[in-house]
Design a protein around this ligand. Structure first.
Ligand code: NAI
Length: 246
């Protein structure tokens, strides 16, 4: 078994997940890059390896429970260990409550919440076996303070806090920590189509008066998944330029 820690990152093909993968690889982790489509993951793997890092690609649709669990199990069996899990992949299907369809609700709950349960359940055993684990679930400030048009998304992201605190309590005695990072507005594909009026409004709500970059989230993930953060667990850290301060 290699002594290099193995970190699985879902939604690694772009945006925040991509930045997290690059950061963890730079810090010496063997990163397992996961998302739906293989092409961008292969490209990222090439970039990481060219910089001297180690990466493996595992394409999977996280809304497929069996496929997601099998992916996590295959990492532990093929690489011999699983140390870090970053549940980052997520979607939005925004609509006001009066118009929100069952499908919009179910898609977001399945992708943003149920997948985190499935991945953590599958990862817990190899982490216990390795006597080390760092779980980081990516939520959102929408889950902390709500956001009109995002009842499904805010419900899923908010639920991650209670879920993460609970597994932190269950697994803490095994040297496994679990924390939530709640990004504010970060410049990625998810936010690129917002009208200028919305981004201007959001900037005005922020203490730092600017949107964040994926690397701002990656830095926080790097800390809570580091060996140094062994005494930090069950926390939700908003990385939002001082938008919520809660
Ligand atoms: P993005 O839309 O740029 O990237 C999302 C990633 O998740 C992509 O790699 C995509 O392939 C993957 N993904 C989506 N559905 C998937 C599925 N069913 N199976 C496998 N992979 C899937 O999003 P972004 O902005 O990088 O967001 C990453 C995380 O951060 C999400 O959980 C999002 O909710 C959260 N977040 C983002 C904020 C922002 O301002 N960009 C703010 C707050 C939270």
């Amino acid at each position: 078994m290699s002594d290099q820690r193995v970190a699985v990152i879902t939604g690694a093909s772009r945006g925040i997940g991509r930045a997290v993968a690059l950061r963890l690889a730079k810090e010496g982790r063997h990163v397992v890059l996961s998302a739906r489509s293989q092409g961008p993951l292969d490209e990222l793997k090439g970039e990481i390896e060219a910089a001297g890092g180690a990466a493996t690609v595992k394409a999977v649709d996280i809304s497929d429970r069996a496929a997601l669990a099998a992916m996590i199990e295959s990492v532990a069996s093929e690489l011999g260990r699983l140390d870090v899990l970053v549940n980052n992949a997520g979607i939005t299907r925004d609509n006001l409550i009066l118009r929100m369809s069952d499908e919009e609700w179910d898609d977001v709950i399945s992708t943003n919440l149920t997948s985190v349960f499935v991945a953590c359940r599958a990862a817990a055993r190899p982490m216990m076996k390795g006597k080390f684990g760092r779980i980081c679930n990516i939520a959102s400030t929408s889950g902390l303070v709500g956001n009109a048009g995002q009842a499904n998304y805010a419900a899923a992201k908010s639920a991650l806090t209670g879920f993460t605190k609970t597994i932190a309590r269950e697994l803490g005695g095994k040297n496994i920590t679990a924390n939530v990072i709640a990004p504010g507005f970060i410049q990625t594909d998810m936010t690129k189509d917002l009208p200028a009026a919305v981004t201007d409004h959001v900037k005005a709500l922020m203490a730092v008066r600017n949107l964040g970059e994926p690397e701002d989230i990656a830095a926080a993930v790097a800390y809570v998944t580091s060996d140094d953060a062994r005494f930090v667990t069950g926390q939700t850290l908003a990385v939002d330029g001082g938008m919520t301060m809660c």
